[in-house]
Design a protein. Structure first.
Ligand code: HEM
Length: 440
């Protein structure tokens, strides 16, 4: 059996479809310098959706052959997300057919990962092997669109720079597996499917058809999966402003979740902004569900409540194409559901009480950063309010970060636990008092 059999077989079997891709209107426009910005952003998003799915599967795979070939140096998702973030404020829409094809490629990878994990190596062949084309594309796209590494061209510059050598190393590991013809057949099947989905995705990227373009969730966050988002530019701008505000009000989001937190907040905010169209009852149910998901990841429900109130403030009540009475009702519904999530916190912990807790905590820590204590007390009180509201996750997901001994000092961790106990006690006393007053 020839030593190079896997990559040789993959190259030979996919040559035809690669040639087709190279001659597609999208690729020709990229090469001749006529490609528009939207199409390039679409390309970045397609690759981000594919890399997000593939890297997740590869990082989690327990298959020995997959583990032998995969190396994190082949990861490209961080660069792709950075490029997409560069265009965040520009609110570039997508082609629905393009994003549907990307989502199909991602589903294919998830299926393969379960049913025939060796197929992941076929997908990897397509994405990592494309570094050879990146060498040609990168300077042309850079010159056409005036993008540069760190300013929209991070993926292609890394892929063209370190990519070919990293791929050569991976190709050598792939060939060293000495896979059987059946196993190579599985890889080829997956490589062909991946190429086919890419061909479908690129087919609607160029020429760009403005009338078919739409905002998508994946455009805001390629890791988020598909869900409805507003289609009016004014609404989308309000969604981004609401994200910026909630993140500025709560540095915890960025400290804990980084840029990923901002992308999820953008996509969640866009989805929340569409919910009033479905009526209050439906909206309340969906928000309750999201509240549970977020609380389990360390975000007490008050944060979601505040996000809804900011959306209510930012989303326009009047704009072209929006029925004015609906605009007003939308604001009212967002406020109503947002306030619902704040009710328990407000009931248990009046603001002066929280200020006192924060001051005590700061004093106990020797006058340490007041702001950090104010935020910690706010988050802890939110978690206690969730507990009192019957939430199953308790304060554990919040403590996993806020009281992480590897991240914070011993005295901080102790102060957080102590404050949580005090806030729990205060909550119990406050509810007891309420009950006594109700009974008398
Ligand atoms: C304008 C578009 C493209 C150009 C000009 C281009 C160019 C090239 C070139 C010159 C090679 C090297 C061929 C060889 O060594 O025999 C290559 C290989 C390859 N390209 Fe492309 N390519 C393009 C698009 C793509 C795309 C979009 C993908 C997939 C995402 C892709 C995947 C691959 C793969 C898998 C290989 C084979 C790597 C190997 O067998 O070692 N290419 N490409």
């Amino acid at each position: 059996m020839s030593k190079m059999i896997a990559t040789h077989a993959l190259r030979t079997s996919t040559r035809g479809i690669h040639e087709h891709l190279e001659k597609s209107p999208f690729a020709l426009a990229a090469l001749d310098g006529s490609l528009g910005e939207q199409s390039y952003v679409g390309y970045i998003r397609v690759m981000a959706v594919l890399h997000a799915a593939l890297e997740r599967c590869l990082n989690r795979s327990a298959h020995p052959a997959v583990n032998k070939v995969w190396d994190p140096e082949l990861q490209r998702l961080p660069d792709l997300l950075e490029d997409n973030d560069h265009y965040r404020r520009r609110l570039v829409p997508d082609m629905p057919r393009t994003m549907a094809a990307a989502a199909q490629a991602a589903s294919h990878m998830l299926l393969v990962s379960n049913d025939a994990p060796l197929g992941l190596l076929g997908c990897l062949y397509v994405l990592a092997g494309s570094s050879r084309g990146a060498v040609i594309l990168e300077p042309r796209i850079g010159a056409t669109l005036g993008v540069a590494p760190g300013r929209g061209l991070s993926y292609l510059s890394r892929h063209a720079g370190e990519g070919p050598a990293a791929w050569e190393r991976a190709a050598a590991r792939l060939d060293a597996l000495a896979a059987s013809p059946e196993e190579i057949g599985v890889m080829i099947g997956s490589a062909l499917a991946t190429f086919q989905h890419l061909q479908d995705a690129f087919a609607s990227l160029w020429p760009w058809d403005e009338s078919a373009s739409r905002y998508t969730a994946a455009g805001l966050n390629p890791e988020s999966g598909e869900h409805p988002v507003p289609q009016a530019q004014g609404d989308m701008e309000a969604v981004l402003q609401a994200t910026d505000r909630i993140l500025a009000d709560h540095p915890y989001f960025i400290s804990r979740y980084g840029a990923r937190g901002r992308r999820f907040t953008d996509a969640d905010g866009a989805w929340l902004a569409t919910l009033p169209e479905q009526g209050l009852e439906f909206m309340s149910g969906q928000v309750a569900w999201l509240g549970t998901v977020l609380a389990a990841r360390g975000m007490p429900r008050v944060l979601l409540g505040r996000h809804l109130l900011i959306l209510a403030e930012k989303l326009p009540r009047i704009r072209p194409g929006l029925d004015e009475s609906f605009g007003t009702r939308r604001t009212g519904m967002l406020r109503h559901v947002g306030n619902d999530l704040l009710r328990m916190m407000n009931r248990l912990f009046p603001s002066p009480m929280l200020r006192l807790h924060a001051a005590e905590m700061a004093q106990g820590l020797g006058g340490l950063d007041d702001k950090a204590c104010v935020e910690a007390v706010d988050l802890l009180a939110g978690a206690v309010a969730d507990e009192q509201g019957g939430a199953p996750e308790g304060a554990a997901p919040l403590l996993a970060w806020l009281a992480d001994a590897d991240r914070f000092s011993k005295s901080w961790v102790e102060a957080v636990h102590q404050r949580l106990d005090l806030l729990r006690r205060a909550a119990r006393e406050s509810l007891l008092l309420e009950n006594q007053m109700a009974a008398s």
